[in-house]
Design a protein around this ligand. Structure first.
Ligand code: PRX
Length: 637
């Protein structure tokens, strides 16, 4: 398959992908190793929601990520790891070494009784062993579920339990910036909350500090590796066998386990990696995401390795030891393609140019962003100061559920426009629909962003609850996959993502359900009810604003400052730091309609600092509440 090289190629491929999707995707799939060819490229039904790609095909994705490269790329760097502490040495794995490590760890998993279809949860720092373990799971046919290292014990327990994981992989500690996360003790606490699920915990010794231990359950990673050899045949998987579960927040209820399967995910992540970034054989590619999120799955591990690329993996944060860290690494490793989040760009922008000017950044060819809308200022700064005006920026719109990039410029091929994700990739058919689900055609229009035709890496189900998958994505607008995003199609036909239209907020590119944060707040004794909304935040994109109604007895014994601190601490305990509200306002009541529904639109406006134009509030049970909330908001820091 050749790469899209110019606008004409794009037009031709896009047309083909719409007129003959099966032929188009079959051609992309042919270049991989299949143990058995597929019978049917695509079968689908958006009513009951079922989709299968490359049905009848058999493969193992790690054979395509690793074994396939051993002939021509064995000595090429697959993963180049950079530690949090700049004094610590890099760790480099060639394809040969990575293959060997994956085989060994796959044998460790097998020795612990892990078999095809079993779930393995990973709660790890950004170290090579995380990527190795992900691939080792895939090699033995186990379903991996990576849980971001910033989640709390409770959040970890919820996910481990929902997935029914037999084995948990963790590290004793996880260094990040000038902090060290005690992953193992958090994992211990989590497992106490869900007894009888996990049989074995395999612990990587990241630091030499004392590690709590449960004999009979816990084993050391390095000791286990000593017991196994480096030969491990791949487990033959059906194309539609599950590859991984990744938990993500929705507008209601607990986070759901998004399930991705093997064949389609493989084909799509490789295709998009190669085309969007215009990856060329010897490029050094760096995606700064964490493997705990979908971006890390698709564009640190699978996409790049499927293409035989050199993927940089970074343990630290952009501002440690100083705000020049990213750029120092770019120069040192001669990074050609750099992919990060708008939040990181805004945070670095705020630190001033002196950290950028120390570096040459000459190796850069392509820049990318992902996870949230990028504002014009950040786009311009990235373009001018990092890309020096010569690197195209790919503003990639996609989701955990979509598995891969959906709407995005193709670097250097599609003309870009700040704040626009531009055009759909081949195979993606976006539509905008109105509230009634009617397609809004034409240009210069806005609506709910839906996708009307299947693509290979789309969500297959939500783990253990197919109804929920159907209801969440396929029932709001009949016949379409609903993304949850609002979107504008401008006069050029370019797409601009306007943000979520549901109760999901996006804080520093991390997706959170307002209901999820409210549930956590409500667990604090003395809280009667709460309502959480997002508001514009200079660095994080959106901040979290919580309106909380407390029991009067609580108000008598605690100061407002104490209450706020305790409420915030409860959220950190139940979910993790990423969900800590930026602002908490104690209110005497919430603006509710007579039918008891909270009028969130008013709360959003107040959180944004607006004090007028609330629209019709006559349906409120007690309109005076609005005045008192408005007044109280002035005092919230
Ligand atoms: O609102 C969109 C926003 O992030 C949501 C998906 O979040 P998550 O599943 O965590 O995946 C993030 C990484 C792929 C979307 O519904 N989003 C993602 N990319 C963009 C974006 N919003 C605007 N522009 C983007 N490029």
């Amino acid at each position: 398959m050749s790469r899209i090289k110019n606008l004409e190629d794009y037009a031709v491929d896009y047309r083909k992908s719409v007129t003959d999707p099966e032929g188009f995707w079959a051609a992309q799939a042919e270049r991989f190793v299949w143990r058995k060819h597929w019978d049917e490229v695509l079968e689908y039904d958006f009513e009951d929601y079922n989709v299968s790609w490359f049905k009848g095909g058999q493969l193992n994705i790690t054979e395509n990520c690793l074994d396939r490269h051993l002939l021509h790329r064995a000595e090429k760097t697959a993963i180049h790891w950079v530690a949090n502490d700049p004094r610590e040495e890099d760790r480099i794995f060639t394809y040969r070494e990575l293959h060997e490590q994956v085989c060994k760890f796959a044998n460790v998993l097998k020795s612990k009784g892990v078999r095809k279809g079993d779930r393995v949860c990973l709660y790890m720092p950004m170290i090579p062993e995380l990527a190795i373990a992900v691939l080792a799971c895939a090699r033995v046919g186990a379903i991996h579920s990576v849980i971001f290292g910033g989640f709390s014990a409770q959040a970890l327990a919820d996910r481990v339990k929902d997935a029914g994981a037999k084995v948990l992989l963790t590290a004793n500690f996880g260094p990040r910036g000038n902090k060290v996360i005690p992953l193992k003790s958090i994992a211990d606490e989590a497992l106490e909350k869900c007894p009888g699920v996990v049989e074995t915990v395999i612990v990587y010794e990241r630091t030499k500090d004392h590690t709590s231990w449960t004999a009979g359950r816990d084993v050391w990673w390095h000791e286990e590796l000593e017991q196994v050899d480096a030969n491990c045949k791949v487990e033959i998987m059906e194309s539609e066998d599950p590859l991984f579960i990744l938990y993500t927040s929705g507008s209601t209820g607990k986070p759901k386990g998004v399930l991705h399967t093997t064949g389609g995910y493989m084909v799509y992540t490789a295709y998009t990696f190669k085309n969007v970034f215009q990856y060329e054989e010897n490029d050094v590619y760096w995606c700064t995401a964490d493997i705990g999120w979908i971006t890390g799955h698709s564009y640190i591990v699978y996409g790049p390795l499927l293409e035989g690329a050199t993927s940089v993996m970074f343990e630290g944060i952009p501002t440690y030891p100083d705000a020049g860290r990213f750029w120092r690494i770019v120069d040192r490793l001669k990074v050609n393609i750099f992919y990060t989040a708008p939040t990181a760009i805004r945070a670095l922008m705020a630190q001033g140019l002196e950290y950028v000017e120390l570096y040459r950044l000459e190796s850069l060819k392509v820049l990318g962003t992902v996870g949230e809308p990028i504002n014009r200022e950040a786009w311009e700064w990235y373009h001018l100061h990092i890309g020096k005006g010569r690197c195209p920026i790919v503003d990639t719109w996609w989701q955990t559920e979509t598995g891969g990039i959906m709407i995005s410029p193709i670097a250097g091929v599609l003309p870009t426009k700040p704040t626009y994700a531009t055009l759909p990739l081949p195979g993606i058919q976006p539509v905008l629909v109105d509230q009634e689900g009617k397609e809004i055609k034409g240009k210069g229009v806005e609506g709910n962003l839906c996708i009307k035709f299947p693509w290979p890496s789309m969500i297959r189900t939500t783990w253990g609850d197919h109804e929920r998958c159907k209801n969440t994505y396929f029932s709001t607008f009949k016949g379409y996959y609903f993304t949850g995003d609002g979107c504008r199609r401008d006069e050029d036909g370019y797409y601009r993502i306007l943000g979520r239209v549901d109760d999901v907020i996006n804080v520093s590119g991390h997706r959170l359900g307002t209901a999820e944060v409210e549930n956590a707040i409500n667990m604090y004794t003395g809280v009667i009810e709460s309502a959480v909304v997002g508001y514009p935040h200079d660095i994080k994109g959106q901040g979290i604003y919580a309106y909380v109604v407390c029991d009067s007895s609580k108000l008598e014994v605690s100061t407002i400052t104490e209450l706020k601190a305790e409420i915030m601490a409860t959220v950190v305990e139940k979910i993790g730091k990423i969900a800590r509200p930026d602002k908490v306002q104690i209110v005497r009541g919430l603006p509710k309609t007579r039918s008891g529904k909270i009028m969130r639109r008013i709360l959003r406006k107040i959180a944004e600092g607006q004090v007028e134009n609330f629209g019709d509030i006559s349906t409120l049970l007690d309109p005076s509440i609005v005045e008192s909330i408005k007044e109280g908001a002035q005092k919230v820091e």
